[in-house]
Design a binder for this molecule. Structure first.
Ligand SMILES: [Zn+2]
Length: 365
């Protein structure tokens, strides 16, 4: 059984986290916030804040509801895995070597460089032990602010079930209200693969659809998502993320009765009215949208529409590694004065953080 589909770019596993930030690793001028490198747009917003504003967003109870595992592995963990990979592997393909060299020499300049790194990330997390370390690093970067610990090496090759079990075991190191897991199914998966993903449900709170916006027959997925809902799993869907997602595709996905929606950047009026009527929480990833150029400025971001409608939203990172951001920095974008941020009041930001907590999915009892 292959795990390849489960480890596609931007599509593997997601986890929901209640982030409680540690200030130990926060250095504003060094651009190191916890273990996450923050640069560009979110870093400028963060740097524009006063120490008391930074402390306000640090101490704000909030949940990260949309962060992909493979796109959020801290660089030090990747480098450590790369060093071990080099010492144990006789045949490392040239594209992996190239990606790792760039990472080691801090030569990653733009998004393409980062996305080009994904084949290397899959290769480095192909064993349960390496995957566990990566998952631990991700969880730690969101929840602890401590250096990730090592775990022993184990046998290579994983089934999909082993993959989820490995990550779930790391998630379970935290209390239920601190960390949980969402399994993303790729739009290109077969029915059999979707059925298998929906069936693996230990410390998993929900299921998601992502991947190529024009791929896959969503009609075939419907019954598995209905089953998942019946079993008590939450449903969140990457929806209308690009202009390639058709209105018909969006309406089809909304029939899955999702609890939350990822991005929802290009909803038409009909879709918007359904979302407003159902009060479906929108997971918004500001830096991701700006860097992927699906939204050109914060002023034009659809967060403005949902704020005006007083509609539930949650602020999320999507992929901290390529977008060089953190949850703290995404919240800085809310608070920083325009044009660096949205210039919202602390009360408004507190309210948004509360909405993220209110829209967490709960672990099956
Ligand atoms: Zn995403």
């Amino acid at each position: 059984m292959s795990t390849a589909n489960l480890r596609q770019p931007l599509s593997a596993l997601r986890r929901t986290l209640s982030a409680s930030w540690s200030s130990r690793r926060l250095t504003l001028n060094g651009r190191l916030y916890s273990q996450v490198s923050v640069a560009g747009i979110p870093a400028e917003a963060l740097q524009s804040l006063t120490p008391s504003q930074v402390s306000f967003i640090q101490n704000l109870p909030k949940a990260e509801l949309h962060a992909h595992l493979n796109g959020s592995i801290p660089v030090p963990v990747l480098l450590e895995l790369a060093r071990e990979h080099k010492s144990t592997s006789t045949s490392v393909s040239s594209h992996i070597q190239e990606g790792l060299k760039k990472l080691e020499n801090l030569e990653l300049k733009d998004l393409n460089d980062f996305f080009g790194l994904f084949p290397a990330i899959y290769a480095l997390t192909a064993t349960p032990a390496a995957l566990a370390r990566a998952a631990r690093g991700v969880l730690s970067s969101f929840l602890d602010g401590d250096a990730p610990q090592s775990t022993p090496r184990a046998t290579p090759e994983m089934t999909r079930e082993e993959y989820v079990e490995t990550v779930a075991a790391e998630v379970e190191r935290y209390p239920e209200d601190k960390a949980a897991l969402i399994v993303s199914v790729n739009r290109t998966m077969s029915e059999q693969e979707v059925e298998e993903c929906v069936g693996i449900a230990r410390r998993i709170v929900g299921i998601d659809i992502c991947g190529d916006p024009i791929a896959g027959d969503m009609d075939k997925f419907a019954k598995y998502f209905a089953d998942a809902k019946e079993d008590g799993l939450g449903v969140t869907l990457h929806i209308a993320e690009t202009t390639e997602n058709t209105p018909a595709d969006t309406l089809r996905l909304l029939q899955f009765q999702p609890n939350r929606l990822g991005h929802a950047t290009f909803l038409d009026d009909e879709a918007k009215s359904l979302v407003l009527k159902n009060k479906t929480c929108i997971e918004l990833c500001l830096t991701s949208n700006l860097l992927c150029k699906t939204v050109s400025t914060l002023e034009q971001h659809h967060i403005q529409y949902y704020l005006a409608q007083d509609h539930p939203i949650s602020i999320c990172t999507d992929d901290t590694l390529p977008f060089q951001t953190s949850l703290l920095a995404e919240y800085a974008l809310l608070l920083a004065p325009a044009p660096l941020g949205l210039g919202l009041s602390e009360d408004a930001v507190r309210r948004i953080a509360r909405m993220s907590l209110d829209n967490r999915m709960s672990v099956l009892s």
